[in-house]
Write a protein that binds this ligand. Structure first.
Ligand code: HEC
Ligand SMILES: [Cu+2]
Length: 316
């Protein structure tokens, strides 16, 4: 495992980690500065104004508007710099760039199951190339887990019934810790793994080395056929009794109730497990729920299939 030169600070290996550290050092610096200042002044005054004889009575303290304004405004400004800086990093971290390569992650007591869009599967290991943006689409089969890569300074809860996304761009080849950071039962402490960051050409070799695996989109297509989705949505998602699915991902969808929402991962997932929650305008509530018939992993594969439908639109 890689380590860093600052004690207690994990290695820094993503485009984000330096920024998070800078903010952290700023917070620590401000805290240390004021701790020293206040305790120094406190000790100084305790000595300077100590009682020298038993009959001494101090002068009464009168308020000072100037002083009070000053010690309200300065901390306010300092707190706001922390807020603005933190918010800026938060927004950057929580908005995956559109050109990121997707990787599917499913948490399960007590392991991380990972699948690449090319089909490679891994357990408790995540191989990624240096210098490419990776977007993780994460779900869980059972309880809440938390995907944490300290070296990248990224961490997010994975919650039953919904998707969480994270993104990063690794900057340094090496092997880094991967933890579950949410207590998830008996073997939580063993739910650890590693992230292997490789040079792009090594990574491509690794990808092609373990071929013969089915891509999530192809697996999703098979599930789509087995569950009979095709009977309403058409074998290539061209539509029929149900709306066309080709091109739906990322598009605006008009709903029965007049609302207009973006078809993101969460929407597609909900459409399959709870189709009546949001009805597409012009269609009745005829789609049955598939809750309990598909695992989280299969849902992600269906999602991958629906996403793939827009890259290659069906022939008319
Ligand atoms: C009995 C016909 C039927 C079957 C079977 C069916 N659907 Fe649907 N589906 C519909 C209808 C009708 C709608 C539109 C009304 C609604 O939103 O529920 C819909 C909506 C959807 C949507 C939202 C589409 C949009 O444009 O917003 C998705 C995604 C979807 N279905 C996926 C699936 C998947 C995946 C399966 C198989 C696991 C499936 N459907 C099986 C009829 C069906
Ligand atoms: Cu866990």
């Amino acid at each position: 495992m890689q380590s860093s030169w600052v004690p207690f600070v994990p290695p820094s290996a993503s485009t984000l980690s330096g920024k998070v550290d800078a903010l952290y050092f700023y917070l620590s610096g401000v805290t240390i500065f004021f701790t020293l200042l206040i305790s120094g002044v406190l000790i100084f005054f305790v000595i300077k104004y100590r009682r020298r004889n038993p009959y001494e009575i101090p002068r009464p303290v009168a308020g000072s508007l100037k002083l009070e304004t000053l010690w309200s405004v300065i901390p306010f400004i300092i707190a706001m710099t922390m807020f603005a800086w933190g918010a800026q990093i938060f927004f950057e971290q929580s908005r995956p760039p559109s050109n990121a390569v997707e990787v599917y992650v499913v948490g399960k007591q007590w392991m991380w199951k990972i699948q690449h869009t090319t089909g490679q599967r891994e357990i408790n290991e995540l191989h990624v190339p240096v210098g490419r943006r990776i977007k993780l689409v994460m779900g869980t089969e059972d309880v809440i887990h938390d995907f944490f890569i300290p070296a990248f300074r990224i961490k997010a809860d994975v919650v039953p019934g919904r998707y969480t996304t994270l993104w990063f761009e690794a900057t340094k080849a090496g092997r880094y810790h991967l933890f579950c950071a949410e207590y998830c039962g008996m073997n939580h402490s063993g739910m650890i793994g590693s992230v292997v960051v490789m040079e792009p050409k090594d990574f491509d070799e690794w990808l092609s080395g373990s071929s013969s695996q089915q891509s999530p989109a192809i697996a999703g297509q098979q599930i789509y056929e087995t569950l009979g989705c095709a009977s309403c949505h058409g074998p290539t998602g061209e539509g029929g009794r149900g709306p066309a699915l080709a091109g739906v991902f990322g598009r605006q969808v008009f709903l029965n109730n007049g609302q207009n929402i973006k078809a993101d991962e969460a929407y597609i997932r909900e459409s399959v497990v709870n189709p009546q929650a949001k009805l597409v305008a012009g269609f009745g509530p005829i789609m049955p729920t598939f809750q309990g018939q598909v695992s989280e992993e299969q849902l992600m594969q269906i999602l991958a299939f629906i996403k793939s439908l827009q890259i290659r639109p069906p022939n008319p």
